[in-house]
Structures are given as C-alpha cells and as structure tokens.
Design a binder for this molecule. Structure first.
Ligand code: ADP
Ligand code: MG
Length: 679
C-alpha cells in the first residue's frame, strides 16, 4: 500500500493536512470522493444566464465601487458581448478590489440571482484571464476538506494520485460486467474528473454507475472480511459441551411460568451451538421484556453441568446487580456457586471473589466491566454472556473472550432489534437468534404524547396512579452536553416532585450516585417503599420492577427512538395496565415530530429500530460496536440494498475461486478504512 510520504510530490504540510481527513495512503486519497461539482467547462453568455443556475461567465470589468449603503459592499459590473452582470462582495480584501479594477478581463463562476440591477452573483470565484486561458476539460470536483487545505490544493493532490495510475482491478471482469457496472479505474477517474456531458444529478445523488461500483466494492469488502472472521472461528477450538441432562430441566420445573415457543426455539439453537467444538458467537435478540435472561441462564447451566465456568457481564451496576439477584433465586436451589464482581466492591470482597473465580469454585460469575480486567483469572471459562451488547466496544468483548483457554463460547444479548440490512452487513459475522414473541398476559402499554403546557394534568395522573397502589417513573430530560447540568436537572426535578407530592414517597436515582446508593434506591423501589422514582436514563437498560405502571419522560424529543422504546419497556411488565407519557416542548421541529410519531404509533421494537436507522443512520444502532469496526463510507444501507444483496451473493464464490483478488480487494478497502478489529 503506497503511503503518501513515499511520493515525492507530497510535501510535509500537505501530508499533515490530508492526515486530518484520515488520509495517509494513496488508496485513501483516491477514495476521497467529491461532494459535488462545478461546471467550468464552458462559458455562458451573460444574456443566456438563468436564475438559480451556477454558471461561468467571462468579460471585462466596466465599473467598480465600494458602496456603503445599505451596507459595505464591493460592487462591480462585468460586461461581455451580450450584456452586463453585477458582482457583489460583502466581505473583501484589498487584493480583491485590485482584481476587480475597471478594464480587467475576468472569468467568474457563481450562482445567478436576481438583484436590484438585473442578474447578479454574490461572492463569485474570480480568475484573471488572458488570450489563451482555456476552459476546464472536465467538471471541477468539490471535496470535503478541512481548514488549511484548499480545494485547489486538494484537487492537485488527487490529480497527482490519479496520474500514478495505481488502480488495479480487484474483481473478475465477469462479476462487474454482469452487474452492468464499470471498472474500478474508470469509476475513480469518472468521479474525480467527470466529462462535461456527465449526468451531474446522478453524480451528485450518488446513483451513477460509478458510485454504485464503488458502493458495491465497499459492501463486498465488508462481506468478505465478515466471512473471514466467520471462517476463522471454525478453525479455532472451544470446549465442547454435552446437552444438559439434569440442571436445565430442574430449572424449568422451578419456574412459575412456561417458556414461550420463541424462547424454546432460541434456547435450542444456543444449546446446539454449545455442542460444537468451535466457539459460538451468537447474538440473542429480543424486544424488551421478551425473556432473554432465562434463555441465557439455560445456556449457563449447560456449561456448568459440563464443568465449565460462566461469566455474565452487564453494562451498568444496577443491571448487573439485578441479574445477580435473579440468578441467585434460580441457581441457589440447584446448588450452584456464584460470585459477584464490580468496580465498587471493597478490597476484601473483591479479593474473595477473585480467588473463587481463579480456583473454579465460583461456577457462575456476574459483574460489570470489572470482569475483563487483568486481575480476573478464570480457572476454566467456558461461556461468556454479554447483556446489552451494543453498550460494549468490540475491544471489551474481545478482552472477555481472551479470559478463556481454549476460547470460550460467547452469547451476546440485545434488546435493540437489528434491521435486516444491518444484520446482513455489520453483523454478518455473528449467528443471530430472535425471540419474536412476548410472554403471554402482558397488557400493552398505552403511549401518550402530551405538550409540556399540560404538565398539571400529568402530575395529577401520577398522583392518582401512586395513590391507587401503583408505582411510577419520572424520567428527567437528557442533557448530552453537560453531565453537571444533567445532575442539576435531576436534583431540581427531585425537589419539585417532593414539593408537589408531599403525600408520596419519592426517590431519586442518577448515574453519579455511588453504586451502593443506587442499589439501595432500586431495592426500595422494588419493595414498593418508594412510589415515585425520579430517574435519569440510567434506568434505560434492563431495570425490572413489575409493579411500576406509569412512566413520564420529559423532553422526549431529545432522545433516540430506540432509547425511548427501551425506557418505555420499563413499564408494562406486570398485570396492571401501563402508560408511558412523552412530554414534549411545544416548538417541535419536523424531524422531532416525525420521530415521536413513530414511537407513539408503534410498540414494535423492530419497526422503531428501522425508523431509527432511517432517521439517524447505522451509527446509533450499532452503539459502541462502531468503535473499531470500519463504518461504510460510500454505500448506504437503504439506498443500496440490492448491491448489499449482490455482494452477499458473490462473496463466497470470490473467496473460493479468486482468493488472490480477494486479498487485494480487502487490502484496498480495509486499509483505507483504518484498522480492522477482529470481532
Ligand atoms: P429481557 O428480554 O428484556 O431481558 P427479561 O429476561 O428481563 O426480559 O424478562 C422479563 C420478565 O419476564 C422477567 O420478569 C421474566 O422472569 C419474565 N419472563 C420471562 N419469560 C417468561 C415467560 N415465558 N412467561 C412469563 N414470564 C416470563
Ligand atoms: Mg434484559
């Protein structure tokens, strides 16, 4: 891979500027593609200008003045054989006054607007011209850039890169020709330097075949690398478990409910994986409340029955604690030894837990991020379970996997459903199981959208619900910019609620409290000693208090859809009819309104995630997974679905028949995208 530093024409400052754009090698520069284009390939007669057009005009300056009314401006008149055009500059340098002197020959480019004296251009770009100045032969690209790197310099850099002509084809001709796509080299040239008659609209909205070819290549690279990860797993060995004979059936007998059909199905998929000699990497997906925990527990029992330890990791201390309690009620009757590990334990507790983990006497370990720290040594970790997997980065999951020798099986859980295109692309290296039904007997949650001006009615409703023996959450507005402000808001809201409801017991929970304090509050709320819980979004994941049946979310318009859905999933867990009230500020933007409408109309996490993908792009749904996983830069999972399907269909064939080209292809696309972490 040619580094820019190896090319003579690239100076140190230029290399430094390109680095700011994330470009360090030739491929990266060639794949830095224009946002739009300027047409400087011909000169338009002033008489033929049309409003709104961007055009290039050439003529002589016949008048120039700095006027002060209505505000300071440099105004000039440019004349060609067909007419006159006003040029107007609101901010200008002395050098520009000099350039616009009467008698100068200029070529200007800008957007045509109608002004007081007929057509005008505001801040056109200007060039002095002589007799022999030629018009551009190709459309002029406009690139994304950073301060310090001008468009002309960036164009020059790309020009040098193109001239080196290092654009070997990595696909067999039959593959792209059958799809009616151009070659890689033709695409790169056509996008950086389109011919004057190119379809500008198709170039700018990225529907042109040249863009499609590159989108296909990018999606294909992603498919190929995912397949390689997948194949890698088949070559690695993992502890092989027999199916459970005693523990799982003992657990199921002790439950007050029967598994749903969907739970049974995914439990079987997981149990089969665990009988394999290769590490499982399965994503267990199911809407909030679909009952993933019990399924994870069954997998754990299979591991334990085979003599291997299990670790369950959760993203927050509240959630880890809740899992731990639940596991205790399920596992203690089965005589299984557990341990608990978090960052906030006392040294003594921690050391006791560590030694039980190291000597194997702890069969099931529950904890937070603390689990993958260096000091934690398992005797024989057979299965790592990760709840709310999108809260963890790939590195963290990798660290947990490395705690086992041989490599442990991995079960990841997520309540944020993954739209089909995402699971076909970013998650293609994982096996996926879906729990697609909720346990019976749940009453659907009623969602209401209420303007903040009707806050009094909402308070009244909270009062009634609590006095009737139910419990409620009041979720404080999310303030992303400042954690300090978030804390103040939580404290203020708490004080307001206490003043508003002297007859109720009100609690407060937020992210900055000490873990022990948080635990105490959650325990009091679970035991119904508190009736109203004022909370920040720390309760978003996993918190399970079935008696809570009302939730009010302030400033709902600030939150992501999947986040709102998660929050809302904290109610509707018991037999009482539940309600979620989304309070919004009156001035809603169009997008905010559209988003809230989705959450109001749908209770289906899958639809909601799809809408989130549409509105905010994959980054939000992927969560921290994106750190370390190259994001698609060219392809768009909505626009390019058929290319994604084609890439998926072609990947296996290419791996088998053209291994060398596959390597080249991956090198091109992965090296320009940054490090590829093995997921
Ligand atoms: P999530 O998928 O959101 O993690 P949980 O595993 O926390 O959901 O389950 C939500 C609640 O439903 C828990 O109280 C759990 O014990 C209960 N539950 C799980 N499976 C069933 C079932 N088949 N029938 C009835 N209740 C169930
Ligand atoms: Mg859960």
């Amino acid at each position: 891979m040619t580094q820019l530093a190896q090319i003579k024409a690239f100076t140190k400052p230029l290399i430094a500027n390109l680095a700011k754009l994330g470009i360090s090698n030739l491929q990266g520069l060639l794949l830095h593609l224009p946002l739009r284009y300027i047409d400087e390939t011909h000169i338009t007669a002033i008489r033929d200008l049309r409003m709104g057009d961007s055009a290039q005009v050439e003529g002589e300056i016949v008048h120039a003045e700095v006027s002060y009314k209505p505000r300071k401006a440099l105004i000039a008149r440019l004349e060609d054989a067909s007419g006159q055009l006003t040029l107007r500059f609101l901010n200008f340098y002395p050098s520009q006054i000099a350039a616009l002197k009467v008698g100068n020959q200029l070529r200007v480019y800008g957007e045509v607007r109608s002004g007081f004296f007929g057509y005008e251009m505001v801040h056109p770009s200007c060039k002095a011209v002589g007799q022999k100045t030629q018009v551009a032969e190709t459309l002029t690209p406009v690139y994304p850039t950073v301060a310090g790197l001008t468009q002309p310099n960036l164009r020059k850099a790309v020009g040098i890169a193109l001239a080196l002509d290092q654009l070997p084809e990595t696909l067999p001709a039959s593959v792209y020709q059958n799809m009616r796509l151009p070659s890689f080299s033709a695409s790169i040239h056509a996008l950086h330097k389109p011919l004057p008659d190119a379809d500008l609209q198709a170039l700018e909205n990225r529907s042109s075949p040249y863009w499609q070819r590159l989108a296909f290549d990018e999606l294909l690279a992603q498919q190929l690398s995912m397949r390689k990860h997948y194949a890698r797993r088949r070559s690695v060995s993992a502890p092989q478990f027999k199916l459970s004979k005693t523990l799982i059936s003992a657990l199921l007998k002790s439950l007050p409910f029967a598994l749903t059909r969907a739970q049974q199905k995914v439990a079987m998929e997981i149990q089969q994986d665990l009988t394999q000699p290769h590490p499982m990497q399965r994503l267990l997906q199911g809407d909030v409340g679909s009952g993933k925990t019990i399924v994870a527990c069954m997998a754990a029992l299979q591991s334990i029955e085979n003599g291997w330890q299990v670790a369950l990791m959760a993203p927050t201390e509240i959630l880890a604690e809740q899992h731990y309690r639940k596991m205790l009620t399920w596992l203690t009757p089965l005589n299984i030894q557990t341990a608990w590990l978090t960052g906030s334990q006392s040294k003594k507790e921690r050391e006791a837990a560590l030694s039980k983990i190291a000597d194997g006497s702890a069969q099931f370990v529950v904890g937070t991020h603390a689990l993958f720290q260096d000091a934690v040594k398992f005797k024989n970790l057979g299965l790592a379970i990760i709840d709310e997997q999108h809260r963890f980065g790939v590195h963290q999951r990798l660290a947990l996997r490395q705690k086992g020798q041989p490599e442990p099986h991995q079960l990841m859980m997520s309540a944020t459903p993954i739209p089909r295109t995402l699971s076909m692309s970013y998650y293609a290296d994982l096996d996926v199981s879906v729990i697609d039904e909720l346990p019976p007997g749940r009453t659907p949650i009623v969602t209401k959208l209420i303007s903040d001006t009707r806050r009094d009615e909402v308070l009244q409703r909270v009062r009634e619900a609590c006095l009737q023996g139910n419990q409620a959450y009041w979720v404080c507005p999310l303030i992303e910019e400042s954690e300090a402000l978030q804390l103040t808001t939580a404290n203020d809201t708490f004080a307001l609620m206490q003043a508003e409801f002297p007859e109720l017991k009100v609690g407060l929970i937020h992210g900055r409290m000490k873990p022990a304090e948080k635990q105490a509050v959650m325990a009091a709320f679970s035991a119904a000693e508190l009736q109203l819980l004022v909370a920040t979004t720390v309760i978003e994941v996993g918190v399970d208090v079935p008696n809570a049946s009302l939730m009010v979310i302030e400033h709902a318009e600030r939150m992501g859809l999947s986040q709102l859905h998660q929050l809302r999933g904290r109610v509707g867990r018991g037999a009482t009819k539940s309600m979620c009230i989304l309070l919004y500020q009156n001035k809603l933007s169009e997008t905010a309104r559209a988003r809230l409408k989705v959450i109001y109309e749908s209770n289906d996490g899958f639809q909601i995630a799809q809408a989130d993908l549409h509105i905010r792009g994959p980054g939000e749904l992927l969560g921290v997974r994106q750190s370390g996983v190259p994001m698609l830069k060219i392809a768009d999972l909505e626009r390019d679905v058929y290319l994604l399907e084609a890439a998926k269909a072609k990947a296996d064939q290419l791996l088998q028949q053209y291994p060398q080209q596959v390597e080249q292809h991956l090198e091109r696309w992965m090296s320009s995208a940054g490090d590829l972490v093995k997921v």
